[in-house]
Design a protein around this ligand. Structure first.
Ligand code: SF4
Ligand code: FES
Length: 250
């Protein structure tokens, strides 16, 4: 397969950046999208040019490092799929693809297709954990958890923190990510003692980080590679409002 790529090239956060055209030649349909970029980069390096920077690690759809826009869609055209798990057989010979980084004020571009997602880390640091007394590990079955709570918590815990939800949202809201993290702990018995405090602290941090507000558009759910559902946002809002009422003694 031969493809034409228009790739966003930007040296750093202060550089203006521009689209640059590249030919991806002799691409196997069995290659992943990132392997196709590896081929393009090898060619660039051979010619003494600067290779295209993109983030990746596991290439198995589990770490959340990869992600950029392909023809305006985060992670590309395949639903429920990270860009590292997207294969070239889903494209056609002669396709013209436009690759851009996530566009959001809270995710400044580091270089080319790579953005700084440390705003997500700061949201987690604000409360995305369960405080435990140190000591020996408790027995695995010491706390029984209803199956429904367990299933919902596991679904929310599938969030890999990739940032596609922010990139797809016209408000650049981080609500789906933050709500997934709040949900997966808030649904489990172990997460109950800090549930209200957690929701308040994480939402406050999200608001501090230049993300926009959620207006229930739903683009986030549509592009999420882990199919996180909008209902987690409703749960986050309930916990946040409850926490605010408790603070006011109501
Ligand atoms: S909610 Fe989905 S799109 Fe958003 S960070 Fe988590 S996995 Fe990525
Ligand atoms: S590289 Fe880990 S999810 Fe894509």
């Amino acid at each position: 397969m031969n493809l034409t790529l228009h790739v966003w090239r930007q040296k750093n956060a202060n550089d203006k950046g521009k689209m640059v055209k590249y030919d991806a030649k002799g691409i196997s349909p069995e290659m992943s999208f990132l392997e196709m970029l590896d081929v393009v980069n090898e060619d660039l390096i051979t010619r003494g040019d600067d290779p295209i920077t993109f983030e990746h690690d596991c290439r198995e759809g589990i770490c959340g490092c990869c992600g950029f826009m392909i023809n305006g869609v985060p992670h590309g055209p395949q639903r429920g799929t990270t860009v590292c798990q997207l294969y070239m057989r889903h494209f056609k010979d002669g396709d013209v693809l436009y690759l851009e980084p996530w566009r959001a004020k809270a995710f400044p571009v580091i270089k080319d297709l790579m953005v700084d997602r440390s705003a997500f880390d700061r949201i987690i640091a604000a409360g995305g954990y369960v405080s435990v007394a140190t000591g020996s590990g408790p027995d695995g079955n010491a706390i029984l958890i209803p199956k429904e709570a367990c299933d919902c918590a596991m679904d929310a815990a599938a969030c890999i923190g990739c940032g596609a939800c922010v990139a797809s949202c016209p408000n650049a809201s981080a609500s789906l990510f933050t709500a997934a993290k709040i949900s997966h702990l808030g649904l489990l018995p172990q997460g109950q003692p800090e549930r209200m405090k957690r929701a308040e602290a994480m939402v406050a941090q999200m608001n501090k980080e230049a993300f926009g507000s959620c207006t229930n558009i739903g683009e986030c759910e549509a592009v999420c590679p882990k199919s996180i559902k909008l209902e987690v946002i409703a749960r986050m809002n309930r916990d946040f409002i409850k926490a605010s009422l408790l603070d006011r003694g109501e």
